[in-house]
Design a protein around this ligand. Structure first.
Ligand code: G
Ligand code: G
Ligand code: MN
Ligand code: NA
Length: 246
């Protein structure tokens, strides 16, 4: 497996980078956080996106070292941000189900000195499909460390909404497909409304992902989204080039 060997080398040869995409509040005045998105600077092939290597990393188990690296690196870089913004790190389901996760998150916080409330982990709702006690324990252990927990790509999985009751997530991120379809799909808009309506009664913050224009931004504000992320505000960039003002 050529890709597998290359990926192994990516870790040891320092070819991985995190790019940071800004997340803003509804006043659109402040950047309150960044999502860390992994990039691979391959010495021959150039820039490789996570869509091309995360699945292989999961199949081969390399995701454990990749994921641990991302947690340590994100905390280390965020510690240097004068604005004190949060940093959101995506967790693979494989990582989430692994017993070493809590120690890894704790290690990243300790090594960097980052305050735990400045780290947010993002998990996809598909992780919670089985609704098992193990999931709840993992979420509780993360919570006990003081980190924030976001439910990512919301609306794309089998939204069994019952788990929103079993565990208090800090944020829900509406999948970008609903935002891109919102203007010509009544169904997409209806789902956005259902999510924001529910969030109001559960007191959970809603992030709209993939906001690409002013029209979408205005509409989503009107619908009650409170946090926004997308190319309209800024693209993912290396830490030193990240957008710091809107
Ligand atoms: O920018 P984008 O192409 O970066 O990301 C594509 C997908 O890859 C997203 O679904 C994102 O959640 C995932 N991804 C990006 N970075 C990471 C990472 O560090 N860990 C994991 N597990 N997934 C990531
Ligand atoms: O982890 P998640 O699946 O949410 O990752 C977000 C993905 O969405 C990343 O691949 C990121 O690069 C991408 N993204 C962020 N903003 C936009 C946007 O405005 N439009 C589109 N099409 N993709 C976006
Ligand atoms: Mn994400
Ligand atoms: Na998402």
């Amino acid at each position: 497996r050529c890709m597998e060997n290359d990926l192994r080398e990516a870790i040891t040869e320092n070819q991985l980078r995190l790019y940071y995409q800004p997340i803003t509040n509804s006043e659109q005045k402040a950047i309150i956080g960044y999502e860390a998105l992994m990039r691979w600077h391959h010495p021959q092939k150039g820039l490789i996106m996570p869509g091309e290597f995360i699945a292989i990393a999961e199949e081969t188990g390399l995701i454990h070292s990749l994921g641990a690296w991302a947690l340590y690196e994100a905390c280390r870089e965020a510690k240097n941000w004068p604005g004190g913004q949060t940093v959101s790190v995506n967790l693979s389901p494989v990582q989430f189900k692994n017993s070493t996760l809590i120690a890894t998150v704790e290690g990243a916080l300790k090594a960097s000195g980052l305050e735990p409330w400045r780290l947010e982990v993002e998990i996809t709702e598909s992780v919670l499909l089985d609704d098992s006690l193990g999931n709840i324990h993992t979420l509780q252990n993360l919570k006990a460390l003081g980190v924030l927990i976001a439910l990512d790509d919301f609306g794309t999985g089998y939204s069994s909404l019952s788990y929103l009751r079993s565990f208090p997530f800090d944020k829900i991120k509406i999948d970008k497909s609903f935002i891109s379809d919102m203007s010509d799909s009544r169904e997409a808009l209806a789902i956005i409304r259902a999510i924001t309506g529910m969030s109001r009664s559960l007191d959970i913050q809603i992030t709209a992902e993939g906001v690409e224009n002013r029209e979408q931004f205005d509409k989503l504000k009107e619908e009650g989204c409170t946090l926004f992320q997308g190319y309209f505000f800024g693209r993912p960039q290396p830490s030193e080039l990240r957008l710091t003002m809107l």
